[in-house]
Design a binder for this molecule. Structure first.
Ligand code: 13P
Length: 249
């Protein structure tokens, strides 16, 4: 059976002190979750938050890593550095990084490989923009994103991948995909995995939904057979909301 998961993506929110306060609140509340729980924090929070959550079921993710292993890349943070903090996951391919920081399929392929080499489990994000959905092109977009950056992986490497389907038009907009739209896309993504890696690998791959998933709509999204959990932005910044979403999984 594949892992069910609720993951938070704090994005560029919370000072270190605010992040520690939120992680502390989550640690006190999330003691015995019925799914995997991950929080994605800014780089500077990672070591402190991972230390704080050491004896907790909550795991920690970076929101990015460099596409180079080490060296003269001022301001970058490598996958090895992320792993050295105690973080165990790395969110990669988020639409905000693709759009604002020009992360291409090739760059993301490198990042995924470096994350895996450093024993970080990628949470790899895919999803179409509004114009692509309106043109009925969402399937081809998502397929190209997978083929461009992660379908080069070996079956063994693939087993470490979590996917997050995040329709860009639903991120931070309050426009959630309907449960039927989410299920349809997740089933399609799973069929692509089955074609590439076989039915067992497809069955074992965790596919999260992200995009205005919140305490009110999480349960009906998670009720779909191919929606294994959520990647939560805004609603992961408030402990009660995030905990309600975890309980819905
Ligand atoms: P929101 O939940 O704020 O829409 O963000 C979703 C997201 O981008 C998670 O990675």
């Amino acid at each position: 059976m594949r892992t069910k998961m609720v993951a938070g993506n704090w994005k560029m929110n919370k000072t270190l002190q605010e992040g520690v306060a939120l992680a502390t609140e989550l640690k006190e509340t999330v003691k015995n979750p019925s799914c995997a729980v991950v929080i994605g924090t800014p780089f500077i929070h990672l070591a402190t938050v991972a230390g704080l959550l050491k004896d907790s079921p909550i795991e920690v993710a970076a929101e990015n890593c460099a596409d180079k292993a080490s060296g003269a890349y001022t301001g970058e943070v490598s996958a090895a550095m992320v792993a050295s903090t105690g973080a165990t996951y790395c969110i990669l391919g988020h639409s905000e990084r693709r759009a604002y920081y020009h992360e291409t399929y090739d760059i993301l392929r490198e990042k995924v490989l470096l994350a895996l080499e450093n024993n970080l489990k990628p949470i790899f994000c895919i999803g179409e923009v509004r114009e692509e959905r309106e043109a009925g092109r969402q399937n081809e977009v998502v397929k190209a994103q997978l083929e461009g950056s992660v379908f080069n992986l070996t079956p063994e490497q693939w087993s470490c991948i979590t996917l997050a389907y995040e329709p860009v038009w639903a991120i931070g907009t309050g426009l959630t995909a309907t449960p039927a739209q989410a299920q349809e896309m997740h089933a399609y993504i799973r069929s692509l995995i089955a074609q590439k890696y076989g039915n067992e690998a497809a069955d074992n791959t965790t596919i999260l939904y992200g995009g205005s998933c919140n305490a009110k709509n999480a349960a009906e999204l998670f009720a779909n057979p191919d929606v294994d959990g959520g990647l939560i932005g805004g609603a992961s910044l408030k402990a009660p909301d995030f905990c309600t979403i975890i309980a819905a999984r």
